[in-house]
Design a protein around this ligand. Structure first.
Ligand SMILES: Cc1cc2nc3c(=O)[nH]c(=O)nc-3n(C[C@H](O)[C@H](O)[C@H](O)COP(=O)(O)OP(=O)(O)OC[C@H]3O[C@@H](n4cnc5c(N)ncnc54)[C@H](O)[C@@H]3O)c2cc1C
Ligand code: FES
Length: 275
């Protein structure tokens, strides 16, 4: 049986600088068979290790509908992510996973999709967005609302521009603080709700962003008429094992690493009640 704590070795095949402190790494398993067999759901994460430094949980930002590689967008936030940012193409990186439940996209078949992302939180949503675009006929309307602190912090900017040109996708972008060149919306991501004319009818909302953003977005959606079951968000917790063994990530009766990191607002309320 495979040791769940033993990482598999991948090689960095490509590096794309998204912003001053966020980089997207394209990884491929050294073992071709492992690469072919590696399957995951949008919203799942992997434990990434820099050998001799440490291991961190990172959401998969690529989509399983485009197999053959694994993309991770990583913010330089501290020890391990900083060490990853110093690596070059060809370097070896450990990967365990995929872990967690992923987004319940089957619930959205035939329905409208609303994505609300903040900062690097667009990374796991990108996996679902591209997955849903690759299965476009299974979903109704697409709306993507995305906010970052400044224009320089917007990740996947070129991809968002391309999406904005599609007739079947609505994109709305905002920044907390503009600059001389910025002509778009200024304000937190919830200021986009009236502009995007969001409806709760037949719609599932998928949220990912910094912890401070999540409650504001949830309350904004509830005001519009979304029910607790139709609001789906990722939760970020300090993690160690990633596989429901160490207890670092528990909220109430749930392991965020195993039962999550994706939860409906209904589930989140139950977790807090039982905590
Ligand atoms: C399921 C999951 C998915 C994630 N996906 C991504 C992703 O796609 N891209 C990305 O850039 N980051 C992601 N993160 C966050 C990432 O794991 C942390 O930024 C990383 O662990 C920081 O480790 P470090 O060694 O670089 O920094 P450290 O030196 O350990 O820490 C730097 C600072 O960040 C704080 N910190 C560390 N981990 C967390 C955490 N999990 N939550 C809140 N604060 C923390 C520390 O307390 C410290 O203040 C994800 C986290 C989880 C739990
Ligand atoms: S990270 Fe160890 S139990 Fe969740």
């Amino acid at each position: 049986m495979k040791d769940i704590y033993l990482p598999d070795v991948t090689t960095i095949d490509d590096i794309t600088e998204e912003t001053g402190d966020v980089t997207t790494f394209t990884l491929r398993f050294k073992d071709k068979r492992l690469q072919e067999e590696f399957d995951y759901r949008p919203g799942q994460f992997v434990e990434v290790s820099v050998f001799g430094v440490g291991e961190i949980p990172i959401s998969i930002t690529s989509t399983p509908s485009r197999p053959g590689f694994l993309e991770l967008s990583i913010k330089n936030a501290g020890l391990v992510s900083g060490a990853l940012h110093k690596l070059s193409k060809g370097a070896e990186v450990g990967v365990r996973g995929p872990f967690g439940n992923g987004f319940p996209y089957e619930r959205a078949f035939g329905k409208n999709l609303l994505f609300v992302g903040g900062g690097i939180g667009l990374a796991p949503l990108r996996s679902l967005i591209n997955f849903a675009l690759d299965n476009r006929d299974r979903f109704a309307d697409f709306s993507i609302l995305y906010g970052s602190r400044t224009p320089a912090d917007l990740v996947f900017r070129k991809e968002l521009e391309l999406l904005g040109k599609r007739p079947d996708v609505r994109t709305f972008i905002t920044v907390d603080r503009g600059d001389d060149q910025w002509q778009g919306n200024v304000g937190v991501v919830t200021t986009l709700f009236p502009k995007a004319d969001i409806t709760s009818e037949d719609t599932l909302a998928f949220i990912c962003g910094p912890p401070v953003m999540i409650p504001f977005v949830i309350h904004g959606l509830i005001k519009i008429g979304f029910s607790d079951e139709t609001i789906i968000s990722t939760l970020e917790r300090h993690m160690k094992c990633g596989v429901g063994k160490c207890g670092h990530c528990c909220i109430g009766h749930k392991y965020v690493c195993q039962d999550g990191p994706v939860f409906s607002y209904k589930e989140m309320k139950e977790m807090v009640e039982k905590a």
